[in-house]
Design a protein around this ligand. Structure first.
Ligand SMILES: NC(=O)c1ccc[n+]([C@@H]2O[C@H](COP(=O)([O-])OP(=O)(O)OC[C@H]3O[C@@H](n4cnc5c(N)ncnc54)[C@H](OP(=O)(O)O)[C@@H]3O)[C@@H](O)[C@H]2O)c1
Length: 288
């Protein structure tokens, strides 16, 4: 199977390349932004023409949530128009599209959310652009999977996990972390496992929530990171009102999956179990 991964140098894409690359039946191409600019239809046509993918894993996105607030036109261009270019190219070439989306398409007022919950479209520019991307993909490319993920961390980062470990290494006497946003921290390795199963089931279509099970706050996640890593670090809870960021974040954007079970897919691991195995392999690379 010939698999094209967009945004090939990004965190999730790098894990997909490594993990799916273990399957000898897969031929993977993962061009970075410079080789495939999804906002440029000519670039998309060129890459589709030369590689001739059978499946596209669409990871490319403008993911800097706070920067999206001051640059909404770039969020629109990359996340919406770029996704439309990929969706139309997939439809034209009869290619299966697996596109990644986010828990931030929900407003966080009534989480947790299943695949059957109707997003209100997000409370920040990033979430709104990803919701618009989802709608364009559904319209432009019927043979699609929209895989919503959340609070990602993965080998090499950057991620919240990497930031916490760096701050500890710098010797911060105390780290203040928000305790009024709840979500599902998710390892890119766990996502790669679920994507491998979805690839083995070409009939699967529609929206899937691929977040790790269980839930916590950013504060709870920080505490767990230090506890599992055996690092003595003072962490203090604070509120979103005390830690102001340009983009508002949803209060409870937990994703649960009912479709994975309905479709006979393996359940996602619990977030604590995933974090533990991730830290076991990542800590030495970070000098711990
Ligand atoms: N990280 C999370 O916590 C999280 C949570 C929920 C959902 N997601 C979704 O998961 C997917 C992967 O996220 P990630 O964390 O791996 O993001 P990432 O590390 O920021 O990777 C995104 C990649 O897209 C590239 N890109 C940006 N504009 C592009 C363009 N016009 N054409 C081609 N490539 C472009 C970026 O390259 P440059 O940096 O060189 O521009 C970057 O390498 C995204 O769809 C994201 O929305 C992520």
């Amino acid at each position: 199977m010939r698999i094209l991964i967009t945004g090939g140098k990004g965190m999730l894409a790098r894990t997909l390349v490594t993990e799916l690359g273990k399957n000898p039946d897969y031929i993977i191409s993962a061009p970075g932004h410079a080789e495939l600019d999804i906002t440029d239809p000519m670039s998309v046509t060129r890459v589709f023409g030369s590689f001739e993918p059978e499946v596209v894993l669409h990871c490319a996105a403008y993911t800097k949530v706070d920067q999206c607030e001051s640059n909404p036109s770039l969020a629109q261009e990359v996340n919406v128009q770029g996704s439309a270019n990929i969706a139309m190219a997939c439809k034209q070439s009869n290619v299966r599209l697996i596109a990644f989306s986010t828990d931030y398409v929900f407003d966080g007022e009534s989480g947790p959310y299943t695949e059957f919950s109707r997003p209100t479209g997000g409370i920040n520019v990033y979430g709104q652009s990803k919701w618009a991307a989802e709608r364009t993909i559904r319209l432009d490319c019927p043979n699609h999977v929209i895989a919503r993920v959340s609070w990602l961390y993965g080998p090499g980062g950057p991620s919240f996990v990497h930031t916490m470990l760096r701050l500890a290494k710098e010797g911060r006497p105390c780290i203040r972390v928000v305790n009024d946003q709840t979500g599902c921290p998710t390892s890119t390795l766990a996502v790669a496992g679920a994507i491998a199963e979805i690839l083995r089931n070409p009939h699967l279509m529609g929206t899937f929530h691929l977040s790790c099970q269980g839930e916590t706050t950013w504060y709870g996640l920080a505490r767990e990171i230090f506890s599992l890593a055996g690092i003595e670090q003072n962490v203090e809870p604070c509120t979103s009102a005390e830690y102001v960021t340009p983009a508002k974040r949803p209060a409870n954007s937990c994703l649960v999956s009912v479709r994975m079970k309905d479709c006979g897919l393996s359940p996602m691991p619990h977030w604590q179990e995933s974090l533990q195995s991730f830290l076991a392999r990542e800590l030495p690379t970070l000098g711990f």
